[in-house]
Design a protein around this ligand. Structure first.
Ligand SMILES: Nc1nc2c(ncn2[C@@H]2O[C@H](COP(=O)(O)OP(=O)(O)O)[C@@H](O)[C@H]2O)c(=O)[nH]1
Ligand SMILES: [Mg+2]
Length: 219
């Protein structure tokens, strides 16, 4: 499939997104097990009655995330497409985004969605999306991964358009100080927003509102 050259910005730094009138593409990245798929499921449940949605998942060898989302019936099964990267997930969301772009464009052709969520395969703290693939990115970490993660920064924590610190329900159990995490995040993120949530146990209103605002900008 051919892509218009002006849509292929591999610099990772373009901010003239989302493009008006086009499906908004939001990337969701973060380490293995932080709750990316749980977040995708929660966003679909919260927004599916007001927006036309589609999802792309990335796994190295399996289609487990897509299978999970279909089993949970968060959207009609055909609106969920799995990309098997066969390599480090960050390669497929940053370096050679062709398979993901094809998946997104296939969904756009078939369903004309307002919003496409692209879940990255679980990767380390440096995995970020190319802005040639997505318009906005959410980076997810969790309290169980250690409360010093925001302080250490890195491209996902510092650069994502929204940082989600998940599993606040586990913070007391693992001795994580969520105030410190929020303070450190604010320091490294230069005014960009951070949401502390528990996807499993509480509504994720702030994240839903942020996503809705991104779609409104593009309308
Ligand atoms: N306690 C708790 N568990 C969560 C939360 N969010 C996700 N999980 C669990 O964490 C595990 C990994 O979640 P998943 O969404 O598959 O992570 P992913 O690898 O980032 O996609 C699953 O067992 C989820 O049910 C949360 O807010 N609190
Ligand atoms: Mg997942």
């Amino acid at each position: 499939m051919l892509h218009r050259l002006d849509e292929l910005d591999l610099s990772g730094g373009s901010h003239d997104h989302p493009k008006p009138g086009r499906a908004v593409r939001i990337g969701i990245g973060g380490p293995v097990g932080c709750g990316k798929t749980a977040l995708v499921a929660a966003l679909c449940r919260a927004l599916r009655d007001e927006l036309a949605l589609a999802v792309v998942t990335n796994d190295i060898y399996t289609t487990e995330d897509a299978d999970f989302l279909r089993r949970e019936a968060v959207l009609d099964a055909e609106r969920i497409v799995a990309v098997r990267t066969g390599c480090c997930p960050h390669t497929a969301i940053r370096d050679d985004v062709t398979a993901n772009l094809d998946a997104v464009e296939d969904l756009v052709e078939r369903f004309d969605p307002d919003l496409v969520l692209v879940e990255s395969g679980g990767d380390n703290l440096t995995a970020t999306f190319s802005y040639g693939l997505i318009d906005r990115q959410i980076f997810v970490i969790d309290t169980a991964g250690g409360d010093d993660v925001p302080r250490k920064g890195g491209p996902g924590v510092a650069g994502a358009d929204l940082l989600v610190i998940n599993k606040v329900d586990l913070a007391p159990l693992v001795g994580a100080d969520t105030d410190r995490m929020a303070g450190d995040a604010a320091r490294v993120r230069d005014g960009k927003p951070t949401a502390l949530v528990s996807v499993r146990t509480a509504p994720i209103t702030e994240v839903v509102d942020w996503v809705r605002a991104q779609v409104r900008v593009a309308a």
